[in-house]
Design a binder for this molecule. Structure first.
Ligand SMILES: [Zn+2]
Ligand SMILES: [Zn+2]
Length: 162
């Protein structure tokens, strides 16, 4: 993905996403999906490159951010989320805002929390951009911690890159 495209996504998101992490008022549940206690919807697909069907009703930019999360999943587990989802949803990293777990056979359980949360998407895009720029996991972790330490919720309890 080109830098220009990532920049475009950021601009689009700033314009269109103004809400903080909302809760699903009436989650639409269909086969293969279930709702967690806090209202977040989860759906399992066969592989990390098979996006969940709950994304169908969202704009292309949302799908791209989920794709970025899946492509960077081994990095994003070291990156905290600063939207408050650690306390509200029990997330352990920014990855959990998009993907709850990927099993060894590739089976991936997705979470729709990220569709409603500008902070989560913002962090995921920044991580993808820095990764593309060749920054190390430690550098990316420090940059995110530095950028979100003031004015955001307390971070998820996320281990440092190893
Ligand atoms: Zn969030
Ligand atoms: Zn989050």
């Amino acid at each position: 993905m080109s830098h220009n495209l990532l920049k475009l996504i950021m601009i689009v998101m700033v314009v269109f996403i103004v809400s903080a992490c909302g809760k699903n008022a009436e989650p639409e549940i269909s086969h293969g999906q279930h709702s967690t206690k806090n209202g977040d919807l989860q759906e399992t697909t066969a592989a990390p490159d098979k996006l969940p069907s709950f994304l169908n009703k969202y704009p292309e930019t949302t799908k791209i951010v989920y794709q970025l999360a899946a492509q960077n999943k081994d990095l994003m587990k070291w990156i905290p989320c600063y939207c408050g989802c650690g306390e509200e949803a029990g997330h352990q990293s920014n990855l959990n805002c998009f993907i709850k777990v990927t099993k060894s056979d590739g089976t991936t359980t997705w979470d729709d929390h990220g569709t409603r949360c500008a902070t989560c998407m913002d962090i995921a895009i920044k991580v993808a951009q820095m990764n593309k720029d060749g920054r190390s996991a430690n550098e990316i972790r420090s940059a995110i911690d530095g950028a979100y330490s003031k004015g955001f919720a307390s971070p998820t309890q996320t281990p440092f890159p190893q």
